[in-house]
Ligand binder design. Structure first.
Ligand code: 3H9
Length: 698
């Protein structure tokens, strides 16, 4: 009877028992997997003919962790610990055979085997920190005992896995198979088990080891300092560190008790809920209800980018980074040379930092060709336009694309707000036109808003979404409206920010509130960084907004050292500028305003609630498919703190009745279209609903 449970089987081949887990898609530790491992281990232990046990997985990967879908439900027995104990305490050698990714609970299970054999491409990691958690099945105590404290700190605070070679080096793996594939791995693991038996090797339990726990006393302070900036506001990294401190200083079982306590605290908190929600949100964003999975896809063998400035250059790098040849077309040789040299410098900087090799610089540059003739786009499978944000200009560019591009090529606009339907109408093939709104710097920022026009063909949408994934972007499909999802919501924060400045808040106060909430920077520091004169024209400027006044007085932001702040020319440190504050006060007085003190709470609500309200309107109009897509946009494009789940999830956690009440109060007090409540939000508030439960539209 080889079937133990619906997902686990036991086969006995002479003296070796093989437990195989087959729980697609990623062999997560669902209750029937836990039960199967437990039953399989007990059956193998009880069978006198069996001398050793191999644990292996079918499908694309070894166990990729606990089943995250179970976290939000009441616990189902058996516990994972029972299965792990059965492995670790078995008196016969237990060998874990790992391919794909042994992640989280998967690695924690593998570490309860006495030995580990890996496929050459296998990866090992404890990524719980990314879910707002820590490894809760002994991983915090076992990993440092194998890899040493410093390596464990690095792996657990980053959540990043290591490969087989490194795992072999640090002793996490005992042998690497010669080839990929299930049969090769199984043969290697069985061969290894037989060798262990033949040599009569002792069975070492990781929990009993302490040989690698000696550590430099400064190691904990060092890691805290190293990750402080990147992990500001997150609880889980610090909790992971505390567990490793416990591993390094306490007996195993006491360390385990610390792990259990801290795991429980994280699991019951809001941050891990938000981060688990986000894990699924990111994957949901790839699913388009009206575009079947088997929609044919155009494979992009060559790309073209019009414009070699910051944006165009960054977009071109994305293609070259994954081996797709790309042609950049600029208006003249000088601009082209400038653009290409910026790209080279970017790559050289990455090589100096060690994130790519110096060979990569050459390989990637060789994939990028430059031209001043748009005719060179004729054999490209996608053309991306990254020219100045002006509708007439974009229309004329697309008319030209239409005459040059080969049939079936995707014609993409990098517009951040303009009407993609109007751009498409400038061509004879609107079905081939789509928006790809990258975020600056485009080679770094993960988000790409893919904008479907009313005539965009399903194949073009599917191909663009697939291409975005290929170039390592997180793509979110949105509809046409001014500013799409991200910028449309950003505009609302901008409107209310301007009003608050005139009422008496300062740029620094608003920035601090937004920074303290968890954004990397506030709106005014961000505007200074981007450049205050983006989209500003001196001849059209009428001194009617604070930003216009700033530009008129020669303030351009960081690039000329003066914006909402003044910038130290050496360090670029920002200092609030009393001159700016006086300028704003004078402007407010000229409009009859009397300054007052605004509380931080008022500022926070007035910045963020209009965004939630606009997000609800975006959902109502079908511009976003689902609320979680809006959260994915804001987390990846604008730095909304991941640990709050994004604007829509955050609003759900506050309670939509409360959010709606505040929006209605503010509408009555302050007026303005952006405070007028979305009927959808009002309905959900009245019904006790949430954005999360709404599901997908279209
Ligand atoms: C943990 O282990 C806690 C323990 O310490 C304590 C226990 C007491 N559960 O990403 P993909 C689904 S915490 C449930 O597109 P890829 C995913 O939603 C866990 N479902 O594939 C998707 O579903 P759908 C620690 C999961 O090839 C499908 O599988 N482990 C889980 O690009 C394919 O996923 C982790 O954090 C899961 N654990 O990447 C690892 N994982 O098709 C999380 C995936 O319906 N997983 N799904 O959209 C990953 O990092 C990636 O999925 C992986 C594959 C690298 C494995």
């Amino acid at each position: 009877m080889p079937e133990l449970t619906q997902s686990v089987r036991l086969d006995v081949d002479g003296e070796i028992a093989v437990i195989t887990i087959d729980n697609p898609p990623v062999n997560a530790l669902s209750f029937h997997v836990r039960q199967g491992i437990y039953d399989g281990m007990h059956a193998a232990a009880a069978d006198d003919a069996v001398k050793a046990v191999v644990l292996i997985c079918a499908g694309r990967t070894f166990i990729a962790g606990a089943d995250i879908t179970e976290f939000s439900k009441p616990p189902v027995p058996p516990s994972l610990q029972g299965a792990q104990d059965a492995m670790e305490n078995c008196t016969k050698p237990v060998v874990a055979a790992v391919h794909g990714t042994a992640l989280g609970g998967g690695l924690e299970v593998a570490m309860c085997a006495h030995f580990r054999v890996a496929a050459p491409g296998a990866k090992f990691g404890l990524p719980e920190v990314k879910l707002g958690l820590l490894p809760g099945a002994g991983g915090t105590q076992r990993l440092p005992r194998v890899t040493g404290v410093a390596k464990a700190l690095e792996m657990m605070t980053s959540g990043e896995p290591i490969g087989s070679a490194e795992a072999l080096d640090c002793g996490l793996v005992d042998r690497v198979a010669d080839a990929e594939g299930h049969d090769a791995l199984l043969a290697a693991a069985v061969g290894f088990a037989r060798q262990v038996l033949a040599e009569g090797r002792p069975l070492t339990r990781i929990r009993d080891r302490s040989d690698k726990l000696a550590h430099d006393p400064g190691v904990f302070a060092d890691i805290r300092q190293k990750i402080a900036h990147r992990t500001r506001g997150f609880l889980a990294p610090e909790y992971n560190i505390r567990c490793i401190e416990a591993a390094a200083t306490l007996p195993f079982d006491e360390g385990l008790a610390v792990e259990r306590k801290l795991f429980g605290e994280l699991m019951s908190g809001n941050q891990s809920k938000a981060q688990q929600y986000y894990f699924f949100a990111e994957r949901e964003a790839a699913k388009i209800p009206d575009i079947p999975k088997d929609t044919p896809i155009t494979k992009v063998g060559k790309a073209g980018v019009l414009g070699g400035g910051t944006m165009g250059g960054g977009i071109a790098m994305n293609f070259a980074n994954v081996g797709i040849p790309v042609t950049i077309v600029e208006r003249d040789e000088e601009s082209l040379a400038r653009g290409l040299s910026v790209i080279r410098k970017n790559y050289e900087r990455s090589a100096a930092r060690g994130s790519i090799s110096s060979d990569d610089v050459g390989t990637r540059m060789a994939l990028i060709s430059g031209s001043v003739d748009k005719g060179d786009f004729h054999d490209c499978d996608i053309l991306v336009e990254a020219v100045f944000e002006d509708l007439e200009l974009k229309k004329s560019v697309f008319a030209e694309f239409d005459s040059i591009a080969k049939p079936g090529a995707i014609l993409a606009s990098n517009t951040s707000a303009l009407d993609v339907n109007a751009i498409a109408a400038a061509t004879t093939r609107p079905e081939s036109v789509i928006g790809t709104h990258f975020f600056s710097p485009a080679n770094v920022m993960k988000l790409c808003e893919v904008v479907r026009g009313e005539k965009t063909a399903p194949e073009v949408i599917a191909s663009t979404m697939a291409l975005a994934k290929q170039i390592n972007k997180i793509a979110v499909l949105v509809g046409v409206c001014h500013g799409f999802v991200g910028n449309r919501m950003l505009f609302m924060r901008g409107i209310e920010g301007e009003k608050m400045l005139l009422e008496g808040a300062t740029p620094a106060q608003i920035d601090k509130v937004i920074h303290d909430f968890g954004f990397p920077m506030g709106p005014y520091a961000m505007n200074d960084l981007a450049g205050l004169d983006i989209g500003w024209k001196a001849e059209k400027s009428s001194g009617s907004t604070v930003r216009e006044l700033m530009c008129e007085s020669g303030r351009r932001g960081q690039k000329n050292g003066r914006g909402y702040y003044v910038y130290d020319p050496e360090t670029r440190a920002a200092t609030p500028d009393p001159e700016v504050e006086e300028m704003i006060r004078a402007f407010a007085r000229s409009r009859g305003g009397e300054p007052r003190t605004l509380s931080d709470q008022e500022i926070l609500e007035r910045c963020l609630y209009p965004m939630v309200n606009e997000g609800a309107k975006i959902l109502e109009e079908g511009i976003a498919i689902r609320a979680s897509d809006i959260d994915v946009v804001w987390i990846n494009g604008y730095g909304w703190p991941l640990y709050t789940g994004g604007p829509m999830f955050w609003a759900d956690t506050i309670g939509l009745a409360e959010v709606a009440a505040r929006i209605n109060e503010n509408h009555a007090r302050l007026g303005g279209e952006h405070w007028k409540i979305s009927p959808l939000l009002q309905r959900l508030a009245d019904e006790g609903g949430t954005f999360q439960k709404l599901g997908a539209k279209r």
